[in-house]
Design a protein around this ligand. Structure first.
Ligand SMILES: [Zn+2]
Length: 298
C-alpha cells in the first residue's frame, strides 16, 4: 500500500508533468471511486475545464490544487496509481477514471482493487489542518452537504517531514499514549503518512521493539525514533518509493526502495546490523518485522 514516500513521489511527478495542464474531460469508468461530489456524473461535469495549478500531498493523499481554488484529492489506498500517458497510449482496462488533458495526454487513475477514492472539494481550511485534533474516526464527506478540503483532513495527525514536527513535540505526543509503538505509528491521527513498511523500518533503525508502550520511552529513545521515522521516509522518497505489487510512480515505473529495506518482508534473513535472523510477528493484525537482538523487548 502506498505510504508517505510513494504518495510524495506521485505528487512530485505530477507537479512536474501536469501543473499548468487543463482537464478537457473526465471519464468515470467506476462510479464508486468518486467520493465527492456525487453522483459521479456531477463530479465529471465539475472537473471538466479545470486547470491544475500545483500538486502536493497530505498524509497518504495526493492533492491537485486547481487554479479556481478547488482541490481534487486522490487517495490511492491499496492498489491505486496515477499515471500520465503520452497521446496514443492504448486504453488501460484497470483505469477507473481517465482525465483527458487539453494537450492530448491523459492522467489515468488505475486501480486493480478499486479501493481508492477521488474527491473534488471547495478550498479552505488546509492551513489549519495537521494539529491532530478532532475525532479519530469522524466520518466526513459522506452525506449531502458540501465539505471544505480542510475538513477532510481534520482527524489527521502531523506531517512527520514538516519543520514543525520536532523531537520535543513528538515526545509530548508519545508520553500521552500507552499504545504499542507499532500500533501508534500506524495511527493516522497520531502521525500522518506512516504505514506498515516504514513503521517497521523506523523501529529497526531506532532499535525499539514494536510492542514497547509509547509512554515508556526515555528521552534518548524518543530522539532516536524521531530521527529514524524521518530518515526512512526521506530515503523512501529518494528511491521513489517501495514497490511490492501495484505501486508505481506517475511515470508508470516501480520505485527502487524495496531492495533497500532492512526488515520489512525480510523474515528469516540476516539482520544487517547484527547478522541474526529477522522475525515476523503480528501486531494488531499487521505483519511486523523486527530483529529480536537489536530491538529487545524490555
Ligand atoms: Zn539485529
Amino acid at each position: 500500500m502506498p505510504e508517505l514516500p510513494e504518495v510524495e513521489t506521485v505528487a512530485r511527478d505530477l507537479q512536474r508533468w501536469v501543473a499548468g495542464a487543463t482537464i478537457r474531460e473526465a471519464t468515470v469508468h467506476w462510479d464508486r471511486t468518486i467520493r465527492h461530489p456525487q453522483p459521479a456524473e456531477r463530479f465529471a461535469a465539475e472537473i471538466a475545464g479545470a486547470t491544475i495549478e500545483r500538486v502536493t500531498r497530505r498524509a497518504k493523499t495526493v492533492l491537485l490544487h486547481l487554479t479556481d481554488g478547488r482541490v481534487m484529492t486522490v487517495a490511492l489506498r491499496m492498489t491505486g496509481a496515477l499515471i500520465v500517458t503520452r497521446p496514443g497510449t492504448p486504453p488501460d482496462p484497470c483505469a477507473r477514471e481517465v482525465f483527458q488533458l487539453e494537450d492530448g495526454r491523459e492522467m489515468r487513475y488505475r486501480d486493480v482493487g478499486k479501493f481508492g477514492r477521488i474527491g473534488l472539494w471547495p478550498g479552505g481550511g488546509l492551513r489549519s489542518i495537521g494539529a491532530g485534533r478532532g475525532a479519530r474516526s469522524k466520518r466526513v464527506a459522506e452525506g449531502g452537504r458540501t465539505y471544505r478540503i480542510g475538513e477532510v483532513f481534520s482527524g489527521h495527525g502531523p506531517e512527520p517531514l514538516q519543520r514543525g514536527f520536532t523531537a520535543k513535540r513528538f515526545a509530548e505526543r508519545l508520553s500521552r499514549r500507552s499504545a504499542k509503538l507499532k500500533t501508534l505509528l500506524l495511527d493516522q491521527s497520531f502521525i500522518a503518512g506512516v504505514g506498515n513498511i516504514y513503521a517497521d523500518e523506523a523501529l529497526w533503525r531506532a532499535r525499539l521493539h514494536p510492542l514497547r508502550a509509547a509512554d515508556t520511552l526515555d528521552a534518548g529513545e524518543v530522539r532516536r525514533l524521531h530521527r529514524a521515522v524521518r530518515q526512512v521516509l526521506r530515503q523512501g522518497i529518494a528511491n521513489r518509493g517501495s514497490s511490492f505489487s501495484d505501486y508505481v510512480g506517475a511515470d508508470g515505473e516501480p520505485g527502487q526502495n524495496a531492495e533497500r529495506l532492512a526488515v520489512y518482508r525480510r523474515t528469516e534473513q540476516p539482520c544487517y546490523r547484527c547478522g541474526r535472523r529477522i522475525e515476523r510477528i503480528v501486531v494488531g493484525q499487521r505483519s511486523t518485522h523486527f530483529c529480536p537482538h537489536c530491538q529487545p523487548e524490555r
